[in-house]
Design a protein around this ligand. Sequence first.
Ligand code: C2E
Ligand code: MG
Ligand code: MG
Length: 754
Amino acid sequence: MSREESALPLSPDEPDHEELLAQIPAILYTADRGAGGRWHYVSPQIETILGYSPQEWCADPTLWAQRLHPDDAARVLAYEDDPGRDGEDAIEYRLRHRDGRIVWVRDDAILRPGADGVPRWQGLLSQITDRKLAEAELELRAAQQAAVARLGEHALEGMSITDLCHEAVAAGTRLLDVEIGAVLELLPGREQFRLLAARGLPEPATSRAVPAGRLSQAGYTLLARQPVIVTDWDTEDRFQRSAVLTSQHARSGITVAVEGRTGPYGVLGLHSATGRRFKPSDVDFAVALANVLGDAFEHKLTAEDIRHRALHDPLTGLPNRILFVDRLAQAIARLRRRSGTSAVLLVDLDRFKLINESLGHDAGDELLAAAALRLKHIVRSSDTVARFGADTFGILLEEISGEHDAIEMAQRIAGVFTRPFVLGGDEHFLTASLGIALTGTGERADDLMRDAEAAMHRAKDRGRARYELFDERIRGRAIFRLRVDNDLRRALERDEFMLHYQPLVSLGDLSIVGVEALLRWEHPQRGQISPAEFIPVAEENGLINPLGRWVLDHACRQAADWSRMRPDAPPVSMSVNLSVVQFRHPGLVEAVAGALRESALDPELLTLELTESVMERDVEGLGEALEALKALGVRLVLDDFGTGYSSLSYLTRLPLDALKVDRSFVDGLGSEPRDTAVTEAIVAMSRALSLKVVGEGTETELQVTELARLGCDLAQGFHFSRPVPAQEITRMLQAGPAWLNASPDAPAGIDPQR
Ligand code: C2E
Ligand code: MG
Ligand code: MG
């Protein structure tokens, strides 16, 4: 519809329309075209809409242009010059009310030639402020929602918490049109905040901690657990304005809690330097921003949870080995920059397995947690206590003055275990074996860990409940182990092994009733290597199984040869040592059966020696394996008795034929009353259990007489003969009762070091 055709009932001269027109919520007007054109008529509504009377308005033709909002003036005046330029038949703009308020109007007008020929506007100025504000509000809401969405995206993309807080503050201040914004993070203990991000605050404020009491707006917000609005600080009496807000002349503001699932992480605050009536939508926006931050904190915490879980032991909450090694590496790196010493203490509980077995795993766990707590109590806060595995703990002592400090700590740890642990009303005593390694020059964390472990194993080997300091000797051994590992693998193929045999002598008539096969390794470069050195390596790398099979085969063949050689003489039994690792191997029984079969040796002439460690280290199905071996007809002997942990129940339960009293007891026989008493008790006990007793490591005449006096059946040791090659034994056997003279060692030539 063209403007000329529109038939507005615009004639103000028609009195019958007067009343009707007065009810239109808009100003009707007639005015000459042009910015300073004369106003012929304005309806009385101008009074309410713009604050001027029609007379005032018409008296001053410049008034309209004066009241135009400066931001709209150019646009409106251009329209005045060229109406319809944009094809619009109305224009919207802002006029200032007499009292300064902004009034949005929509100006619908048509140009009509006036009586004097001058083009004249006949128009309608409608108030559209509410609509405009609603539109602006909608726009703002859309912008706010977009900002929240963007913040969420950033959070999902993994933006750091600090950066997210900066974004939130920027969006909050911009879209709420306030000068000041801040995110305060609640510090552990919940007594203080720290500024994570801020806008409109002086620099130093950002580094200061803020008290979190109920007297601050932020603190109050956490307690109120809902958004807190300050409309005017002058009338605020719930809490006090902080010094920072005061210095920035804040007049009003909103604070909302940044909530997590388990409690608040902090507060987002948006403050204005002018008095503001914040609308519900403003509060919603602030809450939405804070929610995103809350999620981000939560997410970060979950990530931290995962990290924590990956680096800590769940039972004790202590750092695990990974974290420990990491801290150790850092400590070593620090030592490179300045001098000093750090130490690694490896604490391994002794015989913890037995606790687990006898009391159950829950009790075991309880004990471990209690032990962890005690260890944690005795170290300095700068030291690290970690749990490496079942019953092994690591302690990192940083910046100690030297060996002395580490040893003192080892003694304190030993002290920790002198007090009993109370479990279910019962007292339990634990001991620990400790290995200590100190940082040296150019050390790596791995090396230090390995050294501490080697020292700890040495402590175990030397009888447990003690500490050992890693020294060069142990290092040498550790390196040796590493080298031997390689050579050992080739030694079998290269035929570098051989067996020596040591006679077992009857204490009744001093005849040879058997021999023990002892493995010898003739290393092409290193010469003879003791089985005490290479057997543990073979146990570790699994070579003990084929090696053990080799020993069984050779020993059985040798024994069968001796039997055939002396068909009429009393038979000589063959003792073969078995490692605990072999007992774990499912092929053991078949290996023994095979050796017997292939050599055609009388099974009764084969004796298998096992050590107490077989019982200590929970070998599954040990009972059945021993029964199966017994079923083959062989004899079973418990070696090195007294050095490990043997309960009497084992001795009665297992199908054993004999015990070998360890040479550490035989050593003091006749000279050390304690050793004599222990050996006496062992012999008495064995007799009660119908077990034969062998005295090991017999080196002197006195020991032989003592063993005989105590009722021991057999003896073995350098006093009679060292372990010797098969042909030497053949010679001794052929010598008959005079064999002792044929022995190169006995009775003189005893070398306690073998
Ligand atoms: P063991 O079974 O207790 O063997 C006795 C060890 O004591 C032997 O050391 C022997 O040479 C030494 N010995 C014997 N009489 C005396 C003495 O009067 N004084 C002193 N000081 N020592 C004496 P060896 O041959 O070095 O063997 C050490 C250990 O290595 C053995 O202890 C045994 O546990 C293990 N072993 C040796 N051969 C084998 C084998 O073929 N298989 C397995 N699994 N272990 C073996
Ligand atoms: Mg033995
Ligand atoms: Mg032994």
